[in-house]
Design a protein. Structure first.
Length: 148
């Protein structure tokens, strides 16, 4: 195999999610509900990466993600890179960053929190990888959260 040969086919239009920590690749696919799309999706993991050692990559044809979808990504895989592809060319690169506030993505780990007992969106303030529930002020590490 030619060492310059691509391991995954190029896409004409869509989004390539790159630099996903390998162990988070399927969680990212689940979070973005990629199984529900009717467009081709390519998922690969354990590719060599100078930055991560090993990485995952997801290519989604004819799909451009909303800011809300991207902020969901930041919880499980911060610092992934989204490459926006048009006519086989990268027209934009976005590095996903965790916002200051997260709504409706993470479950509060306090069983007595109102968000676990009433039908309402969760709301967390984010600071230094620490999530603080807006309602009960319970703190949890962003790396060990349960998604809603």
């Amino acid at each position: 195999m030619n060492k310059n040969e691509m391991l995954v086919a190029a896409i004409q239009n869509g989004t390539v999610i790159d630099h996903i920590p390998s162990g988070k690749t399927y969680q990212v696919a689940q979070l973005l509900k990629l199984a529900e799309l009717d467009t081709p999706v390519t998922i690969g993991y354990n590719f060599r990466s100078k930055k991560l050692g090993h990485k995952g990559i997801i290519k989604v044809e004819n799909k451009f993600f909303t800011d809300e979808e991207i902020s969901r990504l930041s919880v499980v895989a911060p610092n992934v890179v989204l490459n926006i592809i048009k006519d086989f060319e990268v027209v934009e690169k976005k590095t996903v960053t965790t916002p200051d506030d997260i709504y409706g993505i993470v479950k509060c780990n306090n069983p007595k929190c109102i968000t676990n007992n009433e039908p309402m969106l969760t709301h967390f303030h984010v600071e230094n990888n620490l999530l603080t529930c807006h309602y009960c002020e319970k703190e949890q590490d962003i790396n060990s959260v349960e998604l809603v």
